[in-house]
Ligand binder design. Structure first.
Ligand code: FE
Length: 206
Protein backbone atom coordinates (compact mmCIF):
# COMPACT_ATOMS: atom_id res chain seq x y z
CA UNK A 1 0.00 0.00 0.00
CA UNK A 2 1.46 3.38 -0.94
CA UNK A 3 2.31 5.63 1.97
CA UNK A 4 0.99 9.07 1.21
CA UNK A 5 2.67 11.77 3.22
CA UNK A 6 1.42 14.79 1.35
CA UNK A 7 -1.20 15.62 3.94
CA UNK A 8 0.91 16.39 6.93
CA UNK A 9 4.16 17.76 8.18
CA UNK A 10 7.47 15.95 8.25
CA UNK A 11 9.94 16.42 11.05
CA UNK A 12 12.82 17.93 9.17
CA UNK A 13 10.99 20.71 7.41
CA UNK A 14 8.23 23.08 8.34
CA UNK A 15 5.51 23.29 5.75
CA UNK A 16 4.37 26.82 4.87
CA UNK A 17 1.41 26.65 7.25
CA UNK A 18 3.51 25.46 10.19
CA UNK A 19 6.12 28.12 9.43
CA UNK A 20 3.40 30.79 9.44
CA UNK A 21 1.98 29.51 12.73
CA UNK A 22 5.45 29.48 14.26
CA UNK A 23 6.11 33.07 13.07
CA UNK A 24 2.73 34.23 14.39
CA UNK A 25 3.32 32.60 17.75
CA UNK A 26 6.73 34.29 18.01
CA UNK A 27 5.32 37.74 17.22
CA UNK A 28 2.40 37.40 19.64
CA UNK A 29 4.72 36.16 22.37
CA UNK A 30 7.19 39.02 21.81
CA UNK A 31 4.36 41.54 22.02
CA UNK A 32 3.27 39.94 25.27
CA UNK A 33 -0.14 39.01 23.85
CA UNK A 34 0.11 35.29 24.51
CA UNK A 35 1.89 33.07 26.96
CA UNK A 36 3.50 30.09 25.20
CA UNK A 37 3.03 28.05 28.38
CA UNK A 38 -0.71 28.61 28.17
CA UNK A 39 -0.71 27.39 24.57
CA UNK A 40 1.32 24.33 25.57
CA UNK A 41 -1.23 23.62 28.29
CA UNK A 42 -4.08 23.79 25.77
CA UNK A 43 -2.28 21.47 23.36
CA UNK A 44 -1.50 19.09 26.23
CA UNK A 45 -5.19 19.03 27.15
CA UNK A 46 -6.18 18.14 23.60
CA UNK A 47 -3.48 15.48 23.37
CA UNK A 48 -4.33 13.69 26.58
CA UNK A 49 -7.93 14.52 27.50
CA UNK A 50 -10.31 15.96 24.91
CA UNK A 51 -9.09 14.10 21.84
CA UNK A 52 -8.79 10.57 23.24
CA UNK A 53 -12.29 10.71 24.82
CA UNK A 54 -13.80 9.59 21.51
CA UNK A 55 -11.56 6.55 21.35
CA UNK A 56 -12.26 5.77 25.00
CA UNK A 57 -15.98 5.68 24.21
CA UNK A 58 -15.34 3.26 21.35
CA UNK A 59 -13.31 0.96 23.62
CA UNK A 60 -15.79 1.12 26.51
CA UNK A 61 -18.62 0.21 24.13
CA UNK A 62 -16.61 -2.69 22.72
CA UNK A 63 -15.99 -3.97 26.27
CA UNK A 64 -19.69 -3.68 27.16
CA UNK A 65 -21.42 -4.78 23.98
CA UNK A 66 -20.33 -8.01 22.26
CA UNK A 67 -22.25 -7.14 19.10
CA UNK A 68 -20.47 -3.80 18.79
CA UNK A 69 -17.14 -5.48 19.51
CA UNK A 70 -17.70 -7.92 16.62
CA UNK A 71 -18.65 -5.05 14.33
CA UNK A 72 -15.55 -3.10 15.40
CA UNK A 73 -13.39 -6.13 14.60
CA UNK A 74 -15.01 -6.60 11.19
CA UNK A 75 -15.44 -3.00 10.05
CA UNK A 76 -13.95 -0.46 12.43
CA UNK A 77 -14.54 2.48 10.08
CA UNK A 78 -18.32 1.89 10.08
CA UNK A 79 -18.59 0.90 13.75
CA UNK A 80 -16.69 4.02 14.84
CA UNK A 81 -18.64 6.26 12.45
CA UNK A 82 -21.89 4.95 14.03
CA UNK A 83 -20.84 6.76 17.22
CA UNK A 84 -20.35 9.98 15.28
CA UNK A 85 -16.57 9.82 15.02
CA UNK A 86 -15.44 9.86 11.43
CA UNK A 87 -12.22 10.92 9.81
CA UNK A 88 -11.62 12.61 6.56
CA UNK A 89 -12.69 10.95 3.37
CA UNK A 90 -10.58 7.95 2.51
CA UNK A 91 -9.33 7.40 6.01
CA UNK A 92 -9.95 3.84 7.10
CA UNK A 93 -9.74 2.52 10.61
CA UNK A 94 -8.78 -0.90 11.85
CA UNK A 95 -9.27 -1.94 15.47
CA UNK A 96 -6.71 -4.37 16.87
CA UNK A 97 -7.63 -6.19 20.06
CA UNK A 98 -5.12 -6.95 22.79
CA UNK A 99 -5.32 -10.37 24.41
CA UNK A 100 -3.12 -12.32 26.79
CA UNK A 101 -1.42 -13.86 23.75
CA UNK A 102 -0.99 -10.75 21.63
CA UNK A 103 -0.18 -7.12 22.43
CA UNK A 104 -0.63 -4.59 19.63
CA UNK A 105 1.52 -1.49 19.20
CA UNK A 106 0.88 1.31 16.70
CA UNK A 107 3.52 3.43 14.98
CA UNK A 108 3.97 5.40 11.79
CA UNK A 109 7.51 4.60 10.74
CA UNK A 110 7.69 7.24 8.02
CA UNK A 111 6.04 10.24 9.67
CA UNK A 112 3.14 10.66 12.07
CA UNK A 113 -0.06 9.12 10.67
CA UNK A 114 -2.43 8.89 13.63
CA UNK A 115 -6.17 8.21 14.14
CA UNK A 116 -7.17 11.83 14.69
CA UNK A 117 -10.91 11.14 14.76
CA UNK A 118 -10.64 8.96 17.85
CA UNK A 119 -7.42 10.10 19.55
CA UNK A 120 -7.10 13.79 18.71
CA UNK A 121 -3.60 15.25 18.46
CA UNK A 122 -0.62 12.87 18.38
CA UNK A 123 1.80 13.15 21.30
CA UNK A 124 5.26 14.53 20.56
CA UNK A 125 6.98 11.19 21.20
CA UNK A 126 4.76 9.48 18.62
CA UNK A 127 6.24 11.78 15.97
CA UNK A 128 9.82 11.43 17.19
CA UNK A 129 12.33 9.52 15.02
CA UNK A 130 13.52 7.29 17.93
CA UNK A 131 10.01 5.99 18.61
CA UNK A 132 9.26 5.50 14.93
CA UNK A 133 12.38 3.44 14.28
CA UNK A 134 12.71 1.58 17.58
CA UNK A 135 9.05 0.55 17.84
CA UNK A 136 9.74 -1.78 14.92
CA UNK A 137 13.28 -2.91 15.80
CA UNK A 138 12.83 -3.34 19.54
CA UNK A 139 9.15 -3.10 20.51
CA UNK A 140 9.68 -4.87 23.84
CA UNK A 141 12.40 -2.38 24.81
CA UNK A 142 10.24 0.59 23.78
CA UNK A 143 7.29 -0.76 25.76
CA UNK A 144 9.48 -1.21 28.84
CA UNK A 145 10.28 2.51 28.70
CA UNK A 146 6.55 3.14 28.92
CA UNK A 147 6.40 0.76 31.93
CA UNK A 148 4.57 -1.80 29.81
CA UNK A 149 6.20 -5.06 30.82
CA UNK A 150 4.77 -8.09 29.08
CA UNK A 151 5.35 -11.78 29.71
CA UNK A 152 7.83 -13.34 27.27
CA UNK A 153 4.98 -15.50 26.05
CA UNK A 154 3.00 -12.47 24.88
CA UNK A 155 3.60 -11.80 21.20
CA UNK A 156 3.99 -8.13 20.24
CA UNK A 157 2.49 -7.14 16.94
CA UNK A 158 3.50 -3.76 15.48
CA UNK A 159 1.14 -1.97 13.11
CA UNK A 160 2.58 0.65 10.75
CA UNK A 161 0.03 3.37 10.04
CA UNK A 162 -0.46 5.10 6.73
CA UNK A 163 -2.57 7.99 5.50
CA UNK A 164 -5.06 5.40 4.22
CA UNK A 165 -5.22 3.05 7.19
CA UNK A 166 -4.96 3.91 10.86
CA UNK A 167 -5.17 1.71 13.90
CA UNK A 168 -6.95 1.82 17.24
CA UNK A 169 -5.79 -0.58 19.93
CA UNK A 170 -8.54 -2.05 22.10
CA UNK A 171 -6.75 -2.75 25.39
CA UNK A 172 -7.57 -5.70 27.63
CA UNK A 173 -10.47 -4.89 29.94
CA UNK A 174 -9.01 -4.45 33.43
CA UNK A 175 -9.70 -7.00 36.14
CA UNK A 176 -12.28 -5.92 38.67
CA UNK A 177 -14.20 -3.78 36.17
CA UNK A 178 -17.16 -6.16 35.74
CA UNK A 179 -19.55 -3.97 37.70
CA UNK A 180 -18.77 -0.75 35.87
CA UNK A 181 -21.10 0.73 33.29
CA UNK A 182 -19.99 2.03 29.90
CA UNK A 183 -19.54 5.60 31.14
CA UNK A 184 -17.41 4.46 34.09
CA UNK A 185 -15.36 2.19 31.83
CA UNK A 186 -14.54 5.16 29.61
CA UNK A 187 -12.49 6.66 32.44
CA UNK A 188 -10.19 3.62 32.48
CA UNK A 189 -9.19 3.99 28.84
CA UNK A 190 -6.06 6.12 28.46
CA UNK A 191 -4.68 7.52 25.24
CA UNK A 192 -1.54 5.39 25.50
CA UNK A 193 -3.60 2.23 26.01
CA UNK A 194 -5.16 2.89 22.59
CA UNK A 195 -1.74 3.29 20.96
CA UNK A 196 -0.40 0.20 22.70
CA UNK A 197 2.12 2.03 24.90
CA UNK A 198 -0.01 1.59 28.01
CA UNK A 199 -2.58 -0.56 29.75
CA UNK A 200 -6.10 0.45 30.64
CA UNK A 201 -6.25 1.72 34.23
CA UNK A 202 -7.40 -0.51 37.07
CA UNK A 203 -10.75 0.57 38.52
CA UNK A 204 -10.59 2.73 41.62
CA UNK A 205 -11.74 0.76 44.66
CA UNK A 206 -14.69 2.40 46.45
FE1 FE B 1 2.70 8.78 8.12
Amino acid sequence: MPHDHDDHQHDNELDPMAARVRALETILTEKGLIDPLAIDAIVETYETKVGPRNGAKVVAKAWSDAGFSEWLKRDATAAIASLGFSGRQGEHMQAVFNTEETHNLVVCTLCSCYPWSVLGLPPVWYKSPPYRSRAVIDPRGVLAEFDVILPETTHIRVWDSTAELRYLVVPVRPEGSDDLNEEQLTDLVTRNSMIGTGFALPPVKP
